[in-house]
Write a protein that binds this ligand. Structure first.
Ligand code: M6R
Length: 366
């Protein structure tokens, strides 16, 4: 049942080229330059006229929501809030007519997310579910939705569900942007091609993970990790830190790279591994200077860099490469080395990564 792998987590990580493909299949047509999604097509007015999108989720799904914030604001020019379901449901939030709620959930059974949606629905919000588990409570309570088609996720750590969520949210943002006219035809077609290329590029990352395994071996006894990224890679840094915490029991924090000077940089010394998501996007020059700041304080710099980069390797203790991609789709690539790194650190530390202590796959109590 684990398909020759030692754990579900690593099996599910390796399934991603296929699961992302399954998510895109039947929707994205790169040759024609079209995206079909029934849930979006049938409710396009709701999305086009949205004054605001509120993403409601927990954990890894909340990180996917943060990526969606960048996507929808940039491509569709719609203001987006990303809310932890547990906070949103209890703080008597302002919900206005014309608000669209995007609920993101792998299991579709997360109690806080479900109740937050019930409340918002009563107040007249339109609920769009981005859910993996077919027929789950969140799928049923939503007015419309799009399944991620990632297949059953058994490992407690969410991996393939996350990249499926990103694929769905990217297709949605592209469709809305196209319908709204906030994206040029040229850019739309270019991004469709970029998205279409993602499964192949994820396969490339996973073809040989020995470099990541070596890094895991080297840092497995660290007591703390810092994860830094900017733009679309900021949520990836948060996700990298969450994966490490749950799977290895090592304390880790994710931060926007520039925020580091406002506090966390005080932690840096020669014992601290700092993982940078330093791919070639519009923030590349900025992230290079953030790497220098950590080097100057003797931190151990581990970078996820774009293949062919010649600057980052010279500045890092360790590097892992991902194929070049447009930053709009780049998180689906840069998160993969994070997943693999946590998996190996967890297993080298002897942890039951599929069932880490104190955690449940689906959190059905608040
Ligand atoms: O099923 P959901 O996506 O609603 O679950 C949300 C979180 O409980 C979940 O993502 C959790 O953070 C994972 N263990 C992360 O790997």
């Amino acid at each position: 049942e684990k398909g020759g792998f030692d754990h579900f987590m690593i099996k599910e990580i390796h399934e991603q080229p296929q699961t992302i493909y399954d998510c895109l299949r039947g929707r994205l047509n790169a040759a024609e330059g079209t995206i079909k999604m029934g849930g979006v097509d049938n409710n396009i007015d709701k999305l086009l006229n949205a004054n605001r999108i509120i993403v409601v989720a927990c954990g890894t799904s909340w990180h996917a929501g943060l990526v969606a914030e960048y996507l929808f604001e940039e491509l569709c020019r719609i203001p987006v809030e990303v809310e932890y379901a547990s906070e949103f449901r209890y703080r008597n939030p302002v919900i206005l007519t014309g608000d669209v709620i995007i609920a993101v959930s792998q299991s579709g059974e997360t109690a806080d997310t479900l109740v937050a949606l019930e409340n918002a629905k009563e107040q007249g919000a339109f609920i769009f579910g981005v859910v993996n588990a077919v027929g789950s409570s969140i799928a049923r309570i939503s007015h419309a939705g799009a399944y991620t088609h990632s297949g059953p996720e058994i490992g407690v750590a969410s991996t393939k569900a996350f990249t499926g969520q990103l694929a769905v949210l990217t297709m949605m943002a592209l469709k809305v942007a196209k319908a709204k006219g906030t994206i040029s035809e040229l850019r739309y077609v270019e991004l469709i091609r970029e998205l279409d290329a993602i499964p192949g590029k994820v396969a490339e990352i996973l073809k040989d993970t020995t470099a990541i395994q070596k890094i895991a071996e080297k840092y497995k006894d660290a007591s703390d990790f810092l994860y830094l990224g900017r733009g679309y890679n900021f949520p990836v840094a948060l996700e990298g830190a969450l994966k490490l915490k749950e799977i290895s029991y090592i304390h880790a924090e994710g931060y926007p790279a520039a925020e580091m000077k406002h506090g966390p940089i005080a932690l840096v010394d020669e014992t601290l591994p700092v993982v940078f998501v330093a791919t070639k996007d519009r923030f590349y020059e900025k992230i290079v200077s953030n790497v220098q700041e950590i080097k100057a304080r003797r931190g151990q710099v581990i970078c996820v860099a774009t293949e062919g980069d010649t600057v980052i390797p010279g500045m890092s203790n360790d590097v892992v490469y991902v194929p070049d991609a447009d930053e709009i789709v780049g998180a689906m690539l840069s998160v993969v080395p994070m997943q693999v790194l946590s998996y190996y650190i967890g297993t080298y530390r002897g942890i039951d990564v599929d069932k880490p202590r104190n955690l449940a796959k689906s959190v059905t109590v608040e």
